[in-house]
Design a protein around this ligand. Structure first.
Ligand code: ZN
Ligand code: ZN
Length: 406
């Protein structure tokens, strides 16, 4: 069977998250997005654990609330400010891990994403000791990622680099970016939302389609490790230009710079703000290949844009958080079953019936790659433009196909 899984979110117990990040609300939102499995995030946090434990227990590492499955996960920040993602086989392994890191952290119950005063090597060693999966989160972003502070997996994880089985691409990169770095060819790439809110513009804005025998932790683990025929069959996510750290830019006025210019200016913008290196430039620095070379196991990457954004553009609203956008979204999703179905599979004529001609046309243009994106940078998301009368610089949607093809 195939499942859609978003394996990186945060609960309301992490900093800067929505108070509606509850299991209840997530279980309500996930199916509308077409998601079968969520990773809980924040599973070291006592209060969040209580909420997870109210779910029906499927097995030691799999929980269910009204049809949506959850597996145990957390993100932690190490002493070098690098973020790591961890997936746990059971609550007893969560406890073992907690015990080992307790004396190196002051905020295990303060922040869903705790800081741990250990290196990547030390955290990976503890993960290995308890059979916990570990890999770098949003690996290329400029603030808190592996490649922000290290030049290689080995530099971050030392001898434990071989134990690392996956890498999260982050919103500003896709597999064409990452597969220009040959040390990453061995790894499974994950595309996750890192969502801090259950709103449809955030939750599952990136997700993984996996071939598994059941929607359980053990089966997902096998998919990440590519064992027993299990695997990720499709990475789904933003065109990298839409990510907020795609290009090198000032974090104050968002002016974009070439890498050379940023270096020449000593990473200082004329406005006084700091310039942050974009993911595109960071990958260019790290790449040992001029063009991406995909290993045989690498699945295709499907670029998508949240349906709420397409609707907002189509009806000329500047925000996705309006009643009008939300009601059009609800209509479409309830008729076609999920957002993924609307974006990729439903017939355009039928979409027009359940929304309006402008929305149907915008979805059609999106499917045909007639979308222009002004790249993001410096912490500001890219801006999407969908308008039939304009001239387009199409983004790379060349591998766009129906989800049913995978
Ligand atoms: Zn993070
Ligand atoms: Zn500036």
């Amino acid at each position: 069977m195939q499942i859609n899984a978003d394996l990186h979110i945060h609960s309301r117990f992490s900093g800067a998250t929505s108070s509606s990040m509850t299991i209840e609300k997530l279980a309500e939102s996930a199916p509308k997005k077409g998601i079968d499995v969520l990773a809980t995030g924040d599973c070291l946090h006592r209060e969040w654990q209580k909420e997870i434990k109210e779910c029906e227990k499927i097995d030691d590492g799999t929980f269910e609330k009204r049809g949506t499955r959850f597996i145990l996960s957390t993100e932690v920040e190490d002493m070098n400010r690098v973020h790591h993602l961890l997936y746990f086989p059971s609550f007893s392994q969560v406890e073992e891990f907690r015990k080992r890191v307790e004396k190196f952290s002051t905020d295990l119950d303060g922040d869903g994403r705790p800081k741990i005063r250990l290196s990547g090597i030390e955290i990976a060693q503890i993960a290995k000791d308890f059979d916990i999966l570990i890999g770098p989160a949003h690996a290329f972003t400029p603030w808190t990622a592996m490649y922000a502070y290290h030049n290689s997996l080995k530099d971050c994880y030392g001898d434990l680099a071989d134990y690392v089985s996956f890498l999260e691409l982050g919103l500003s990169a896709d597999s064409d970016y990452a597969d220009r770095i040959s040390e990453l060819h061995r790894l499974t790439f994950l595309t996750n939302s890192d969502s801090h809110s259950p709103h449809p513009v955030r939750l599952a804005r990136e997700f993984n389609r996996m071939e598994v025998k059941d929607a359980t932790f053990e089966e997902i683990r096998k998919a990440i490790l590519r064992r027993g025929g299990n695997k990720v069959v499709l990475n789904v996510g933003f065109p990298p230009q839409e990510g907020k750290y795609n290009e090198t830019a000032c974090i104050k006025c968002y002016r974009h710079f070439s890498l050379e210019e940023a270096i020449a200016r000593g990473w200082k913008c004329p406005c006084g703000g700091r310039i942050k290196k974009g993911v595109k430039d960071r990958v260019r620095e790290l790449a040992d290949l001029d063009e991406p070379v995909h290993p045989e196991h690498r699945p295709p990457y499907l670029h998508i844009i949240p349906l709420t954004e397409i609707i907002a553009k189509a009806i000329g609203q500047s925000s996705v958080f309006t009643k009008k956008v939300e009601s059009l979204w609800e209509n479409l999703v309830s008729h076609f079953g999920s957002e993924v179905n609307v974006l990729v599979d439903a017939s355009i004529d039928e979409i027009a019936i359940y929304s309006n001609p402008a929305v149907a046309e915008a979805i059609d243009l999106f499917r045909r790659g007639k979308v222009k994106i002004i790249p993001g940078g410096g912490g500001k998301y890219g801006v999407i433009e969908i308008h039939p009368s304009e001239e387009y610089i199409p983004v790379n949607f060349n591998r766009q196909k129906s989800l049913l093809d995978f």
